[in-house]
Design a protein around this ligand. Structure first.
Ligand code: UDP
Length: 466
């Protein structure tokens, strides 16, 4: 007979790379601490590890309700979100009602934009915890957006984005309009953004909040969030916490890192041939798309920046162009292959930890930002959407660990930023990055704040039982 109070947690990520990875790290950490975990993804975004890192960790998947050939891209996100709210929710309920796992479910940890998990937890009478996979500064901003709308501060026109923005508690004097999450521009009344605002409100029905951040990085913003949630667990950087606990790692290489795409490891051999701290790593995450003009500006800027570069160009990364066109454009790069390497998808954590890498040109996605911090690699941020606008402001103006290229993508800016970051003009950035990276490492050791917060979460999961 199972102990009736043994915890059994369902983890429900939003079906996308940036959400799956940190939630998977959490799943592994909970299982290694003796908590039974069911990790539920969609068929389309299935996590299929060759073997589970723990007998307590089970992987299942259900349909998201869309046909197999649906692109599930940012351009069609409205359809995707609608299907999650309706078809996927019905399937989730069906799955959980037919579920006969022992011990029974005691808690649902739902992604902060998967409130279907909170709805179903409430129906089943089990505890719901919300895990928002982006920064505390962005989440706090999201909570303030309804007030800004009420006060008539939002939406603002897209043509005066340099105007200072006042009113975000804890960020006075810091923000311009362009630094707010991209939804605050004129699109605020469009459906996807309404969805994200509604999801933020629904999160408050959860009994606690989990964030992939750490106390010494975002303390002031975390304090503000404790005015909304009685329990806030800052347990990041989760990839570093999982590595520290040696879960799913073998021979120094992550055995199961939660990458939903196939990594091209040839770039690691290329990196081995490069001088220490010489390479610019370029990646805009799993979803962002760029235009062909932006591709060309980046290409020229990187070449003119004079440093070798490793560029992740996903086959689906260029708007309206097919893979062949992009390949042929890149083959025209007037730099020898010793100075450049282009791959579809890289083992990013390992790339950032490689001694040849000296800078990261990133979209400022939250996982990428945390991975850069953990590896101590300064950044150039070129934010695209969502939380990236606000993350990049914090990167450049609060933490001072990088440069913000926001809303600009011309070759001379790229060149200047690469030179500024990679040549010896960046002492302040290097110092700040070294300090913050050390704080990040300190947070994941056994007595560190994130380890302790995770311990608190586990203790509470055990107490709740059924
Ligand atoms: N990533 C990777 N290989 C790549 C590019 C990205 O493994 O070539 C991973 C990266 O390590 C990070 C995630 O994809 O964990 C991207 O998440 P992020 O929050 O930075 O951006 P998003 O994809 O959500 O926009």
């Amino acid at each position: 007979m199972e102990d009736p109070r043994e915890p059994h947690v369902l983890i429900l990520p939003f079906p996308a790379q940036g959400h799956t990875k940190p939630m998977l790290c959490l799943a592994k950490l909970l299982a290694s601490a003796g908590v039974r975990v069911t990790f539920l993804s969609t068929h389309h975004n299935r996590c299929s590890p060759s073997s589970s890192p723990s007998p307590l960790l089970r992987f299942v998947s259900i349909s998201d309700g869309l046909p197999d050939d649906h692109p599930r891209s940012l351009e069609l996100i409205g359809e995707f979100l609608l299907s999650i709210k309706t078809a996927m929710k019905a399937r989730l309920r069906e799955f959980l009602l037919s579920e006969s796992a022992e011990p029974p479910l005691t808690c649902v940890i739902a992604d902060g934009i998967m409130s279907i998990g909170i709805d179903v937890a409430e129906e089943l009478g089990v505890l719901a915890i919300s895990f928002r996979t982006f920064s505390a500064c962005c989440l706090w901003t999201f909570f303030c957006v309804p007030t800004f709308i009420h006060e008539g501060k939002l939406p603002f026109p897209d043509d005066d984005l340099d105007k200072e923005f006042h009113g975000l508690p804890g960020a006075e004097g810091l923000l311009r309009r362009r630094d707010l999450p991209s939804m605050c521009r004129s699109q605020i009344e469009s459906n996807p953004y309404r969805y994200f605002l509604d999801e933020t409100t629904t999160m408050t029905r959860a009994s606690a909040l989990i964030l992939n951040t750490f106390d010494t990085l975002e303390g002031p913003m975390l304090s503000r969030l404790t005015t909304i949630f009685a329990n806030v667990y800052a347990i990041g950087p989760l990839h570093a916490l999982a590595a520290e606990s040696d879960i799913g790692h073998s021979s120094g290489r992550t055995a199961f890192v939660g990458s939903l795409r196939i990594e091209d490891r040839s770039c690691m051999t290329w990196l081995d041939s490069q001088a220490s701290r010489s390479v610019v790593y370029v990646s805009f995450g799993s979803l962002a798309k760029i235009t062909i003009d932006q591709l060309m500006e980046l290409r020229h800027g990187l070449v003119d920046g004079g440093r070798p570069f490793l560029w992740v160009l996903r086959e689906d990364a260029i708007l309206g162009e097919n893979e062949e066109t992009v390949k042929s454009l890149l083959s025209e790069l007037k730099v020898p292959s010793e100075r450049r390497c282009v791959v579809n998808w890289a083992p990013q954590e390992e790339v950032l930890a490689h001694p040849a890498v000296g800078g990261f040109l990133s979209h400022g996605g939250w996982n990428s930002t945390l991975e850069s911090i953990a590896a101590g690699i300064p950044m150039i941020c070129w934010p695209h959407t969502g939380d990236q606008q606000i993350n990049s402001r914090w990167v450049s103006e609060v933490w001072k660990i990088g440069l913000d290229m926001k809303d600009t993508c011309d070759r001379s800016t790229v060149e200047t930023m690469v030179r500024t970051l990679m040549e010896d003009k960046n002492e302040e950035i290097m110092k700040s990055m070294a300090r913050i990276s050390a704080l990040s490492s300190a947070s994941v050791v056994s007595e560190g704040s994130s380890s302790k917060n995770l311990g608190r979460l586990i203790e509470n999961l055990r107490k709740i039982g059924r």
